[in-house]
Design a protein around this ligand. Sequence first.
Ligand code: NAI
Ligand code: MG
Length: 362
Amino acid sequence: ATHRLLLLPGDGIGPEVMEEVKRILAIIEARGILSLSIDEGLVGGCAYDAHGVAISDADVEKAQAADTVLLGAVGGPKWDSVAYEHRPEAGLLRLRKDLELFANLRPAICYPALADSSALKRELVDGLDLMIVRELTGGVYFGEPKEITDLPNGQKRAVDTQVYETYEIERIAKVAFELARVRSGRVTSADKRNVMKSGLLWNQVVTATHKQGYEDVKLDHMLADALGMQLVRAPKQFDVIVTDNLFGDILSDVASMLTGSLGMLPSASLGAEDENGRRKALYEPVHGSAPDIAGKGVANPLAMIASLAMALKYSLGKPEVADLLDRAISQTLADGIRTGDIHSEGTTKVGTTDMGKAVAER
Ligand code: NAI
Ligand code: MG
């Protein structure tokens, strides 16, 4: 079957790192590994310049129809004064909402060659490979009421509301259990059941979902604050961590600093399974459009390439090709080939294109 891929390079270094993904895709097609139909669209500031919106309806429809969406990055100072609803990030938010991408997967992988640039000591992170599964469309970022009101005494009162329903917790728990099966088979669920009703329900639903055919996966529960402490104390104890939108936002940022470089981290956002068992999915690097280095040809394309590896693994049914690509990244680093952001003494500094070529060769 032919897989429909939509590429949304975006702004700043987005198009530069996407070029290196195209280089790998060309090899995948030439070798007959996958039959691909590749389309491109605009998101972010470039879409605003072309259509006056951060993503056009036509491009949202393309994303709806695609099997997999690969996105570069959006944003930049050029669009700082654009109206709030048209700011570049609005394109990304609309995609997440319209495709109902409720599961955000953020791996934290520490390549041995980069272990010395981690925020932690080498022995704590060397070989680290954990995955944070963050609920992305619910919780306190979206719950109503959400407001700031004036009080009679002249002060103000701010309210955010954390809301979770059973189905939202169940579907994210299932994603975590299924992921654990193709990894080390362990899930740690983080909540604050001791002080939050939503945490209590989270805990109960994750436990109940585990009993619905996922008992081969080992499940632990941890309080979210204790998990934050353990992430920094002994991160290698974790395999898959599943948590809500707020805790997931914070814990995944903490985890990213364990790995050494922002330019190295991929992510996936997955939607619900359709009747054929396929999920809508969007893959993107964690980093932004890096306006400070855009247009210079020096951006690190590895997070974007690793995002393609995730797509091969979770959407395109080619986990063995994903492993090959991950090993090529690892080997490139072990061979001392580095972009400026991860360069250190004794290694060879290259630009975006040569980094992409080095991975492609390997
Ligand atoms: P950023 O991630 O773009 O850059 C932070 C720092 O890391 C910069 O010094 C940059 O040069 C460096 N960096 C990032 N990616 C790199 C790469 N692949 N290779 C080498 N160096 C890299 O974050 P920042 O500066 O906070 O935001 C810049 C713009 O990107 C803003 O407009 C922001 O809104 C947007 N942004 C977009 C995101 C997305 O598209 N998902 C995520 C984060 C920020
Ligand atoms: Mg964050």
